[in-house]
Write a protein that binds this ligand. Structure first.
Ligand code: CA
Length: 236
């Protein structure tokens, strides 16, 4: 069963760009360009996730978020807030209003998609594809199993999550902060060097003998898994 994502955004080019990218990953997508229309649509068919712009005609994203959080049927729908404002005050207000996460415009599409997947992984893991495959590595989320070249690889829970997170965006370079956010969560305070420790353990577990190391260390940037290098353009 695929997850349904409602995109509430009044800037049409951005809404269509999000729709295109979400559909490419197998999500069902509905669009709304006004806050009040979105409220009606959510009542009629609650989505699995809402991507909600802050500034909207009809009803602001913040107000809609607040209303959804007090509604019995809508209080548990995950919300990813889009905001053009980068001020700390606004970010904090967005989160205390009940958004699960936020992305500040301009954002990169791969970054937003990674956040969407991270939220759904927490909220409704059954809606994500079970099998991930990158090069000769297979990860089965349901059976909690990893194989390389058919050989079973035993991983600790953190290494498993780390591998899963990186396998969702093959070739993408993640900074340590992005890995911390995606794997450990934003609320946890962990030193960035912790990432290096767990990457080291992950490498040790997945690489045997003369096998090629699928994890690249990118000097001054972070880590990537797999060979592809997709573009990471910024959108307003
Ligand atoms: Ca807007």
């Amino acid at each position: 069963m695929t997850a349904k994502v409602l995109v509430v955004e009044d800037e049409e080019p951005l809404a269509l760009l999000l729709q295109y990218n979400l559909e490419a990953e197998g999500f069902r997508v509905a669009l709304a360009n006004r806050g009040d229309d979105a409220e009606v649509a959510i009542r009629e068919e609650p989505p699995d996730l809402i991507i909600l712009d802050w500034m909207l005609p009809g009803l602001s994203g913040i107000e809609l978020c607040r209303r959804l959080r007090v509604g019995k049927a809508s209080c548990s729908i995950p919300i990813l807030m889009l905001t053009a404002r980068g001020g700390e005050q606004d970010r904090i207000r967005g989160l205390t209003t009940g958004a699960d996460d936020y992305v500040v415009k301009p954002f990169s599409v791969p970054e937003l998609m990674a956040r969407v997947r991270a939220i759904l992984r927490r909220a409704s893991p059954e809606r994500l594809a079970n099998m991930l495959e990158v090069e000769d590595i297979e990860l089965d989320r349901e059976a909690y199993r990893v194989r390389r070249n058919g050989r079973e690889v035993r991983l600790g829970p953190t290494e498993f999550k780390l591998l899963e997170f990186m396998m969702e965006s093959p070739g993408r370079v993640f900074t340590r902060t992005q890995l911390l956010d995606g794997v450990w969560g934003r609320d946890v305070y962990v030193d960035e060097r912790t990432v290096d420790v767990h990457i080291g353990r992950l490498r040790k577990a997945i690489n045997r003998g003369k096998e090629k190391d699928p994890i690249r260390t990118v000097r001054g940037a972070g880590y990537a898994l797999g060979e592809k290098f997709p573009g990471q353009s910024l959108v307003e």
